[in-house]
Design a protein around this ligand. Structure first.
Ligand code: TYM
Length: 321
């Protein structure tokens, strides 16, 4: 049977090379073999301090970029336009325990040393679980940092099914072989992220070529001079090798380099060439905002239609229908 796939992208900032290699490219590939649904998860961006106008703009930008990256053979929509996400999230909040939510690594990291922690930051994994379970997804293409949230989704699905009857498909995360965690270029011990990483160490999908080259050339390398893949001892060099391998489609083992400088130059060009067609397509699509609106509206209508049956079973099972 055709597998179902769901994944989401949170528009808290501009999409990054980490998003592209860790999740978007695998999501694009899955379109050939599965029934794919992807969403810009704008409600997830409300979990931390935000600016409404900027969120609207970034939601549009993320949707345009996902299409430009090739997610144009999937059902693509904006999460907030399909109310079933929040409805199901509440049923799952009523299935989850405070203790397990509090233990989520991302919650611990993002709430540490903050005075005003939004309650939605704590409950956010229930919304993410709802996103996935709503579409009866078998597979969830995500980077390494979402591993724990998909595990929680599995736990919630199994618990609900056990307590109230078989309603949910228990999903599985799929991670790309060598790009599950792209690291920040200036602090290669931490993930390259929209909000976690540093601006100098993060490559954004819309960075112009000169900016990409500058960031890669200034990437932190490690002591010594040997170019060798060793994430423990040489996190900076290993990250560059990963970028080069994934962007050029060559296995890491086949990449021989004399110097750090040569590695950086080749990596910069491979990244520029990977981003070039995406940026060109993004420019074309941006010229027609009405068409984007049409795609997103049609996507929301189709997605809403696909959630009716599942919501009905979930409500009936838990006793509110
Ligand atoms: P988000 O928006 O932070 O990231 C989107 C996707 O990109 C992956 N990713 C990375 N992969 C490799 N290296 C990196 N440096 C890197 N940075 C990000 C993430 O793992 C993710 O797959 N909560 C999710 C969005 C979401 C979602 C969902 C995902 C909402 N609902 C349902 C899957 C299923 C998030 O914040 O991802």
């Amino acid at each position: 049977m055709t597998k179902r796939v769901f994944s989401g992208f949170k528009p808290t900032g501009h999409l990054t090379l980490g998003n592209l290699l860790g999740a978007i490219m695998p999501a694009v590939r899955l379109q050939d073999e599965a029934d794919c649904v992807y969403a810009v998860a704008d409600l997830h961006a409300l979990t931390v301090k935000h600016d409404p106008e900027r969120l609207r703009a970034r939601t549009r930008e993320a949707a345009t970029l996902l299409l430009a990256c090739g997610l144009d053979r999937s059902l693509l929509y904006v999460q907030s336009r399909v109310p079933a996400h929040t409805e199901l999230a509440y049923l799952l909040e009523s299935t989850a325990y405070f203790g397990e939510m509090r233990r989520m690594i991302q919650f611990k990291e993002k709430s540490a040393n903050q005075e005003e922690v939004r309650l939605s930051l704590l409950t956010y994994p229930a919304l993410m679980a709802a996103d996935i379970l709503l579409h009866r997804a078998d597979l969830v293409p995500v980077g390494d940092d979402q591993r724990q949230h998909v595990e929680l989704t599995r736990d919630l699905a199994q618990r609900f099914n056990r307590l109230y009857g078989e309603v949910f498909v228990v999903p599985e995360a799929v991670h790309p072989q060598n790009a599950a965690k792209i690291m920040d270029l200036t602090t290669p011990e931490s993930k390259m992220g929209k909000s976690d990483g540093s601006a100098a160490g993060t490559i954004y999908l819309l960075d112009p070529p000169a900016e990409v080259r500058r960031k890669v050339m200034r990437a932190v390398t490690d002591s010594g001079t040997e170019v060798r893949y060793d994430p423990e001892d040489k996190p900076g060099v290993s990250n560059l090798l990963t970028l080069l391998a994934v962007c050029s489609g060559r296995p890491i083992g086949s990449l021989g380099h004399q110097t750090y400088g040569a590695l950086k130059r080749e990596t910069a060009e491979a990244v520029v060439e990977t981003l070039r067609p995406i940026q060109e397509r993004h420019a074309e699509l941006s010229a027609d905002p009405a068409e984007l609106e049409r795609v997103l509206e049609a996507g929301a209508v189709r997605a809403s239609g696909r959630t009716v049956e599942l919501m009905d079973s979930a409500r009936r099972a838990i006793g509110v229908l």
